[in-house]
Design a protein around this ligand. Structure first.
Ligand code: SF4
Length: 379
């Protein structure tokens, strides 16, 4: 079911101009100064973007006409086109977005009692090839720019504002591995959490990684945000079967980087653990997990696998889920069971965009799915 929403800007063809949402408030001030335009106009422009969620210079009514036309000409203000906005019975809305060069990404608005959250994509496709993930099957197309990442926030925030609510939380759990698109993601995070930017609380912006070890250490230094780790198994042979990245950075390396992160930031780390029937949710795996968690201030989100066609896995029974949870709870590990939102409108992470991308035969632009042993993610 479509909500009939539309972005508050016109669609444009691909352009070589810098995306307007790549700019922080400081960048606007620098640009205005270089162009010998008054500084207070930079502040007005940044206020329109960050405070009033305006993505069209025409609507910046207190900025002079001449400056409006200069910033309209010099930057790319286009937002991705909303191809569909599917409302789920659970209150979430899955947005399928088309970038100006014709690729598909998705974002999901998640409405809760006291907050509204947005799950954003950081790449078109993904290199990581996690065996449970629809996006992983697509392979990698390209990184999203900071402008494209923040465009997802802008579009969703405009929708949510019309409902009289504020988009207060962002999770990087859509298509792509955020730490593989490090610079663009870090810049987007810093603009989201800066009081001079969109002003979200740093605790309300979560970057979720499959485990790019060097970047976890970098992130502790470069951005203020929460960290979530897709763990899904705490034994190397099993984890590398489920997540090929584990061959490049095994659990001991991951744990060492995460302990460094915890020491540096003082923050609790959230571990995501998808429960897959007869794979990773028996007593042995629960014991492995407890051993791995030793030394962390951690929370574990248990996510029963959402079975869908083409995937080799099933969801465990309620009894198996409960037994796994109780084992952790008895050892003082908070482990809430989370159910993927929006299942009635095409499942979890990347599923809708993956379907669309495949059905539109986007393969010519596809880059290789990782060859796990030769993984060179930072190249
Ligand atoms: S789960 Fe995340 S990191 Fe793994 S393949 Fe899917 S999008 Fe990539």
């Amino acid at each position: 079911m479509s909500t009939g929403v539309s972005p508050e800007t016109s669609m444009q063809k691909p352009t070589s101009k810098v995306g307007a949402l790549n700019l922080s408030r400081m960048d606007w001030l620098t640009y205005f100064s270089q162009e010998k335009m008054p500084g207070f106009r930079a502040t007005q422009t940044a206020d329109w973007v960050f405070k009033h969620l305006v993505s069209n210079p025409e609507q910046m009514t207190n900025v002079s006409k001449d400056i409006r036309s200069r910033i309209a000409d010099n930057f790319d203000w286009s937002l991705p086109e909303i191809v569909s906005a599917l409302d789920s019975q659970d209150g979430s809305t899955k947005l399928l977005l088309k970038t100006p060069n014709g690729q598909y990404i998705e974002s999901v608005i998640l409405r809760y009692e006291g907050r509204v959250s947005l799950c954003v994509s950081s790449q078109v496709g993904c290199k990581m090839a996690c065996s449970f993930c629809q996006t992983g099957k697509l392979g990698f197309f390209r990184h999203l720019t900071t402008h494209e990442i923040l465009s997802q926030y802008m579009i969703a925030a405009q929708i949510v504002r019309k409902e009289g609510r504020r988009l207060s939380h962002v999770v990087f759990m859509g298509m792509g591995e955020p730490l593989d698109n490090y610079d663009n993601v870090v810049k987007a995070v810093n603009i989201l959490v800066s009081p001079d930017g969109f002003g979200l609380s740093a605790r309300h912006v979560t970057v979720s990684t499959s485990g790019i070890v060097p970047r976890i250490r970098d992130l502790a230094r470069d951005a203020r945000c929460a960290l979530a780790v897709s763990l899904h198994a705490a034994r190397d042979d099993l984890r590398q079967e489920i997540m090929p990245i584990n061959r490049r950075w095994p659990l001991a390396d991951l744990k060492s980087a995460l302990l460094d992160y915890q020491r540096e930031t003082g923050d609790k780390i959230t571990f995501e653990y998808i429960l897959i029937r007869e794979k990773n949710c028996g007593l042995r795996e629960a014991k492995d997990l407890m051993k791995f968690l030793h030394g962390f201030k951690a929370k574990v989100n248990l996510i029963p696998f959402n079975a869908h066609p083409g995937m080799p896995y099933d969801r465990p029974s309620d009894d198996e889920i409960r037994a796994f949870q109780v084992y952790l709870a008895e050892r003082s590990i908070a482990a809430p069971v989370r159910y993927s939102k929006g299942l009635d409108v095409s499942g979890a992470c990347g599923q809708l965009a993956a379907k669309t991308q495949e059905s539109l035969h986007m393969a010519p632009q596809r880059k290789n799915v990782v060859a796990p042993k030769n993984l060179n993610l930072l190249a």
